[in-house]
Design a protein around this ligand. Sequence first.
Ligand code: SAM
Length: 283
Amino acid sequence: MSQPADGLPPLRDVIERHGIDARRTLGQNFLLDFNLIEKVARSAGSLDGLTVLEIGPGPGGLTRALLSLGADRVVAVERDRRCLPALAEIGEVHPGRLDIIEGDALTMHPGEIAKGGRLAIVANLPYNIGTQLLVQWLSGEEWPPAYESLTLMFQREVAERIVAEPGSRAYGRLGVLVGWRMHAEICFDLPPQAFSPPPKVTSSVVHLVPRERPDPCRFADLERVTQAAFGQRRKMLRQSLKPLGGQAYLEAAGIDPTRRAETLSIAEFCTLARTLESRTTRS
Ligand code: SAM
């Protein structure tokens, strides 16, 4: 797709006409090449019958691709009001298919956007809140969640932590929380020059699909355990998990207290989370 057949101007013209010079405080690194933008949108799979929640549409390149590739509806949440007139022009050429919400994505709940229909989340995320948003979307009490998939751009280093396996250097709290509830894969990388302005590092598109039946445990317990364990990742668990009960706690969970956090599988972390729950509800 060199340019969607929507009759709208190239993105450089849109940005210039609406004065959307990129602001670092809003994590603005815009994608301008429609071939790459289409590749990001296609990583979400078929969009037929789906409402897409897009976080941070900016001047609307990805929004245009999602609509052209057949999403039923796009709900675009943008904090920068300078982008709104450009987005309104996209809405005019796709009547009834684009809802623009001016606001902070951190305050939005996918369930309220889905309204019981099928939802996917697709975004070139602002890097400063990307991890926070992902963890928020993972943390809901209801599972499976309101969305069918997440297709998100992260810094490569964050993407590696998202898909990390036990024993690897990148394995930590994020990899456990994600791997517990999601299947996650890195689709492809984008070099800094793909963006305007170019960020300092390589970016990656990650596709995540909720697991139907994750190992049962509570998000808050898993978060507490992983935070303590990886907070002192070089230490033995009996030391790093001392605030949660140390040796006795690990023995109750059937985990060797001399092991280190990065050697534990996600299933073992879930066992620790369940043991924590039973010990805290007992006391
Ligand atoms: N989607 C566009 C693209 O691919 O070129 C822009 C992506 S840019 C990396 C991130 C976008 O998120 C910016 O448009 C920025 O204004 C917006 N943004 C930043 N913080 C936000 C927040 N808390 N809620 C919603 N949008 C936000």
